[in-house]
Design a protein around this ligand. Structure first.
Ligand code: ADP
Ligand code: MG
Length: 248
C-alpha cells in the first residue's frame, strides 16, 4: 500500500487512483479501482447503494486502509502536500441545538472556545469564507435550522478554508431541493473555475451530470465504465447497474 504526494502534474492529473482495492471483513468492497481526476475538472462518482463510493472517498482521505496506489499532485510544485477539502455526507443537526454557523466555524478555525464568541478578526474571516458560497447572511443562523441547500453551502465554505487543491464531496445533493441542487452545482462550477480546483463528488442525481461533470465514473465495487457523462448514462452498463429496462 502506498499513499503519497508528488510534485508536478504529469498528464495534467491531480489525482491518480491505481488498482485500489479495499476489503472489509471478508467482503471485497473495492476491486482494482483505476481513475484519474485531471486538474480543474469535475468528476462524478456514481453507482448503486453499497457500491463502495463512500469507501473509496475514505481511502482517498486516508481514513480507510487499501491496497494499490493513490497519488495526489500539485501542479507545478514538487514535493508539496496536496490539500484536500472534504464535504461529508450531510450530518444531522438537532433543530433545537443552539450552535450557530459562526460557532461552527469558530470550532473548526480557532482554538478559542466557541462559547467565548468570535473575535472581530475571526468574524471577518468567517464572513470571507461564507462570501465564497454567497452565504454571508447565514452567519448568525442556527445550524440545526438551515435548509439542506444552506447546510451544504456552509459545509462547502468550511471545506474551502484554506482553498484546497482537490475538493471531495459525498452526496452533496441529497436532501437538497431541485432549485437548491442547481444553485449548488452552479456554485461548485464557479468555485472550480475561480480557483482551478479539481472536484470529485458522489451523487445519485444524474440529471445534473451532462451539464456539470467532465467525467462520470460508474462503479459497483469495481469500475464498470467511465468517460463522457452522456455516454455513461446511455450505456448498457448504466442500465444494468440500475436494473433499468431497454426502453427506459
Ligand atoms: P456507497 O457509498 O456506494 O453506498 P459504501 O462505501 O458506504 O457504499 O459501502 C460499500 C459496502 O461496504 C457496503 O456493503 C457497506 O455495508 C460496506 N461497509 C462500508 N463501511 C463499512 C464498515 N465500516 N464496516 C462494515 N462494512 C462496511
Ligand atoms: Mg455513500
Amino acid at each position: 500500500m502506498s499513499y503519497f504526494h508528488t510534485g508536478g502534474c504529469k498528464d495534467s492529473c491531480c489525482l491518480k487512483v491505481q488498482n485500489v482495492s479495499v476489503k472489509i471483513g471478508e467482503d471485497n468492497v473495492l476491486q482494482d479501482i483505476n481513475l484519474h481526476v485531471h486538474c480543474g475538472q469535475m468528476v462524478a462518482l456514481i453507482g448503486p447503494n453499497g457500491a463502495g463510493k463512500s469507501t473509496l472517498l475514505k481511502a482517498l482521505l486516508g481514513q480507510r486502509d487499501y491496497d494499490g496506489v493513490i497519488i495526489f499532485s500539485v501542479p507545478g510544485q514538487r514535493r508539496v502536500k496536496a490539500r484536500i477539502g472534504y464535504v461529508p455526507q450531510s450530518p444531522a443537526f438537532d433543530p433545537g441545538d443552539p450552535l450557530s454557523v459562526a460557532d461552527l466555524f469558530a470550532c473548526c478555525l480557532s482554538k478559542r472556545p466557541a462559547f467565548l464568541g468570535l473575535t472581530k478578526s475571526l468574524r471577518t474571516q468567517v464572513l470571507e469564507c461564507l462570501e465564497r458560497v454567497h452565504g454571508v447572511d447565514l452567519i448568525d443562523k442556527r445550524v440545526g435550522t438551515l435548509s439542506g441547500g444552506e447546510l451544504q453551502r456552509v459545509l462547502l465554505a468550511l471545506a474551502l478554508e484554506p482553498i484546497p487543491n482537490i475538493l471531495i464531496l459525498d452526496e452533496p445533493l441529497s436532501g437538497v431541493d431541485i432549485e437548491g441542487m442547481t444553485n449548488l452545482m452552479d456554485m461548485l462550477d464557479e468555485i472550480r473555475k475561480k480557483f482551478d480546483l479539481s472536484i470529485l463528488m458522489t451523487t445519485h442525481d444524474f440529471s445534473m451530470l451532462p451539464k456539470y461533470a467532465d467525467t462520470v465514473v460508474l462503479m459497483d465495487h469495481r469500475v464498470l465504465i467511465q468517460g463522457d457523462p452522456q455516454e455513461v448514462l446511455d450505456s448498457e452498463e448504466f442500465r444494468r447497474a440500475f436494473h433499468m429496462k431497454e426502453d427506459c
